[in-house]
Design a protein around this ligand. Sequence first.
Ligand code: ADP
Ligand code: F6P
Length: 460
Amino acid sequence: MTPSERRAVVIANRLPVAWNGKKKEWKTSPGGLVSALTPILQETKGVWIGWSGVPDREFEPFDHSGIRQVPVFLSQEEYESFYVGFCNGTLWPLYHDAVREPQFHRHWWRPYRDVNQKFAETAAKTLTSEDVAWVQDYQLQLVPKMLRELTTVHRIGFYLHIPFPPVELFAKMPWRGDVLEGLLGADVLAFQSRSSRTNFSVAARELVGARGSTRLLEWEGREIILQVAPIGIDTTMFKRHASSEVTLATAELIRSRLGDPKIVVLGVDRLDYTKGIDLRMRALQTLLDRRPDLAGDVVLVQIAVPSREDVAEYRKIRRDIEGLVGRINGDLAQVGRPPIHYLYRSVPFDELIAYYRAADVMLVTPLRDGMNLVAKEYVASRYDNTGALILSEFAGAAEQLTQALLVNPYDLNGLADMLERSVAMSQDEQARRMSLLRGSVARHDVFWWAERCLAPLGIE
Ligand code: ADP
Ligand code: F6P
C-alpha cells in the first residue's frame, strides 16, 4: 500500500457531529479539533471513532459530511466520572497550569482507564494492519498503549491539543506513570508548542525512565518521535467568507446595532475559566476608568459559547463573568450604550465571521491555551490588513503570531495599556502587523499541519 492510499482512523473523545434530539439529525459541532480535522478526513476517506455526546444512548455507525462515523457508547455514570470528572475536573485544570485546583479521585481514575479501553477496543474492530491510528487529545491518553497491545496497525500517532504541563505540576497526578506509559505507546507524539514537547520529554525521562532527547525518546526498545505541529485553519476558506458581500453587509449591520461606536473590541471563546474573559473585562474597566473620554466610543462584544455546563467550575465562572458584566455596565453604561455586550450562545459560522469583520480589535487573553484558533481565524478574516490582535503570551499561538500585541493577561494595567494602544493604532501599523500575521497564518494552515502530522505516520 502506498502512503497516499493509507487510511487515517481518528480516535477522538467526540465525533465531529452532535445529535440534535429535537430534529433527530446530526449537526457539525464547533470547536478547534473539529474545524481542523474535518477537511482532512473528507479527503483521505478516513473513519472517525468518538462519543456521540449523548450519554446512555446507543447509535449505529453512519456516514456524515463524507466521513464514516463510528459512535462509542458512554453511560450516564461514565459521562460523570470519565468526562465531567477525570477529563474536566482533573486533567483540564492540571494541564492548564492548574489555574483551578485539579481534583484527584480514585473513583474517577478507574472509569478513565475503562473508557479508554472501550475506545481502544472499538477502534481495534475497525483498524487493519495497513491503517494509521491517530489518537486525539487528553481524554484518550491511555489509548496508544492499549492499541499497541490489541492491534498491529501500521503506525500509532497521538496529538495533544492542549498544553502539556511542566513536570513540577504533572508530577502531582497520582497516575502520572500510567498516563506517560499510555502515551509512550505511540510511534509519534505531536504537540502544539515547543514548551509542551519539552515538558513531556522531561516528564517521560524523569518519571518513567525513558531515554533520549526533546525530539526522540527510547522506550521499551522502540523509538518515539516527539513533534511540534501547531494546528492551523483553512485560511482560504476564511478569506472567501470574510470578503463576501453578505458578510460585509452583516458586519455593517452589527456595527450599526452597536450604535456605530468608533472602536469595536471582540472576544469569542467557549465560556471556560482558562480563557481569561474576566480579566479582559476588568482591563476594559481599568481603561475606561482611566480614560472616561473613551466611554461610548469603545465597546466590547463578548461571545461566550456555552461549554461543559455539568462541571461545577464552569457554572461558577459563568456566574462570575455575568456578575462582572452587570457590575461594569452598571457602573459605566450610558442609557442605550453599555460598554460590554455579552452573548451567551453559539453563533452560526457566517455570523461569527461577520463579527470578525466588524471588530477593530480582537482580544484573546487566555491564562493558558493549547493554541487558540480564534486568534488565527480573526487574522485570516482581515484580508484587507486592517484590525489589531491582542494576544496572551500564554496561548500556543503566541509562539507563531509574534507580530500580535502580546500581553500578560494577569497584568491588568499592562492589558489596559495594550488596549489603549490598539484603540489608537495607526492604519499603517495595523497593516504592517496584520500582513505579517496573515502571512504566518497562511503558511502554517490546516493543510500544512495535517501534512506535518501525517507524514511521519506514513500518510501522504
Ligand atoms: P477551544 O478549542 O478551546 O474551544 P479554539 O479557539 O482553539 O478554542 O477553537 C474554538 C473554535 O470554535 C474555533 O474554530 C471557532 O471558530 C469555533 N467557535 C468559537 N465560538 C463559536 C461560536 N460562537 N459559534 C460557532 N463556532 C464557534
Ligand atoms: O481544545 C480542547 C477541546 O477539548 C477540543 O478538543 C474540543 O473541541 C473543545 O475543547 C471543547 O471541549 P468539549 O469536547 O469538552 O466540549
